[in-house]
Design a protein around this ligand. Structure first.
Ligand code: GRF
Length: 205
């Protein structure tokens, strides 16, 4: 029933997942200085570091990371601010049971610096997406999205904070759906069984 969470930094999504009572077997970081590691340890969750700089190739790092994940035999691997591109072999190994949260309304604004790019584009709405991971970065079947308004006077920071608050609600909910067996991938799209709304729209500023 458990989840392994991969982080690289702050770990606020990881914290939200733990605080929601999701059973976490371990938190693994590719960086020893990730602040989220201490938060996980304080909550009694096992932590590990697989430092990508110690490996000669992406494939070698991914093999070590996969071995560390497999020690816990998780049902789900949850990427939560994990800042490494994963090799196709790694993604295939965990196909259908690895998900990510991205700070945009995918397929708009894949990649980095989404908040600044949304402001520069003059978009009126922004948000976040939980999706299954495929070999193509920030693609893969969409599980759930939360949308927020872009407000006059927004800065990158104010917009990021508004989106992050929704991330913390959305990700634990999507993980719970998965663990409850409520997510079905059909024809490359996700169907959420039961009475769950697949799209969470927030109009609160
Ligand atoms: C979040 O905005 C997440 O959507 C993105 O990276 C950020 C991680 O933040 N993938 P945190 O480490 O969860 O606080």
């Amino acid at each position: 029933m458990s989840v392994v969470i991969l982080i690289s930094g702050r770990g606020s999504n990881m914290q939200a997942i733990l605080e929601a009572g999701i059973p976490a077997a371990a938190v693994i970081s590719n960086r020893a200085d990730a602040a989220g590691l201490a938060i996980a340890a304080q909550r009694g969750v096992a932590t590990a570091v697989v430092d990508h700089r110690r490996f000669a190739s992406r494939e070698a790092f991914d093999a070590a990371l996969a071995a560390e994940i497999d020690r816990h035999a998780p049902r789900l691997v949850a990427l939560a601010g994990f800042m490494r591109i994963l090799s196709p072999g790694f993604v295939a190994r965990f196909e259908g049971r690895i998900m990510n949260i991205h700070p945009s309304l995918l397929p708009q604004f894949p990649g980095l610096d989404t908040h600044a790019r949304v402001l520069a584009a003059g978009a009126q709405r922004h948000g976040c997406t939980v999706h299954f991971v495929t070999a193509e970065l920030d693609h893969g079947p969409i599980i759930a999205q939360a949308s927020v308004p872009v407000l006059p006077g927004d800065t990158e920071q104010s917009l990021a904070a508004r989106v992050l608050a929704q991330e913390h609600l959305l990700y634990p909910r999507a993980i719970r759906w998965f663990l409850d067996g409520d997510l079905v991938i059909e024809g490359g799209k996700v169907r959420v069984k039961g009475n769950h709304a697949p799209l969470v729209v927030s109009d609160r500023a």
